[in-house]
Design a protein around this ligand. Structure first.
Ligand code: COA
Length: 79
C-alpha cells in the first residue's frame, strides 16, 4: 500500500482447495483492510488466459486499465 493506491502482487489457493470460493474470501479480506475512499485504487496483473483468476477479479469489480504485450512467458518458452 502506498498513498491512495495498493497493489496485489500475488494470490494463490492450494491446488487441492481451488473452486470453493476461497479466493473470493481473500479478496474480501483485502478490501476490508484497505480503506479505499473515493480515490483509493487496487492494481494487479493477470495473464490473459488465466480464466479462474480473470473470473475472480471480474466478479470482484476489477476492470482492465492497460495491457502489457509479451509480459508473461508462454508454456513453450515464448513470451
Ligand atoms: C486464481 C485462483 C487464486 C482462484 O482461486 P479459487 O479459490 O479456486 O477461485 P474460486 O473458487 O473463487 O473461483 C473463481 C471463479 O473462477 C471460476 N473458475 C474456477 N476454475 C475455473 C476454470 N478452470 N476455468 C474457468 N473458470 C474457473 C469459478 O467458477 C469462479 O467463478 P464464479 O464466481 O463465476 O463461479 C486459483 O485458481 C489459483 O491459486 N491459481 C494459481 C495462481 C494464480 O494463477 N493466481 C492468480 C495470479 S494473477
Amino acid at each position: 500500500m502506498a498513498a491512495d493506491e495498493a497493489e496485489i502482487l500475488s494470490i494463490a489457493i492450494d491446488s487441492g482447495q481451488r473452486g470453493r470460493g476461497l479466493s473470493r474470501d481473500l479478496l474480501l479480506t483485502i478490501s476490508a483492510i484497505w480503506p479505499a475512499g473515493a480515490s483509493g485504487r487496487i492494481f494487479l496483473e493477470v495473464e490473459e488466459n488465466n480464466q479462474p483468476a480473470r473470473r475472480l477479479y471480474e466478479r470482484a469489480g476489477f476492470a482492465v486499465v492497460g495491457r502489457r504485450e509479451r509480459y508473461y512467458k508462454q508454456p513453450g518458452g515464448d513470451i
